[in-house]
Design a protein around this ligand. Structure first.
Ligand SMILES: [Zn+2]
Length: 60
């Protein structure tokens, strides 16, 4: 059995496929429990931007 992914649109579960497409509605399949590092990375970007702005305020 392959990995199950969840549809972003209709929230049905489907098997992982190369296109990550839901076979019911054509929506995007996502991992039900995304790995932690992707979340960190997502917020890391904002944090980096924030620090950059703070840095610019103080030193420019
Ligand atoms: Zn769907």
């Amino acid at each position: 059995m392959k990995y199950l992914q969840k549809c972003q649109k209709c929230h049905k579960y489907g098997l992982q496929n190369p296109e990550s497409k839901c076979r019911y509605c054509g929506g995007m399949l996502i991992n039900p429990r995304p790995p932690k590092f992707s979340l960190v990375d997502k917020y890391g970007k904002y944090r980096l931007q924030y620090f950059k702005e703070e840095f610019d305020k103080k030193f420019k």
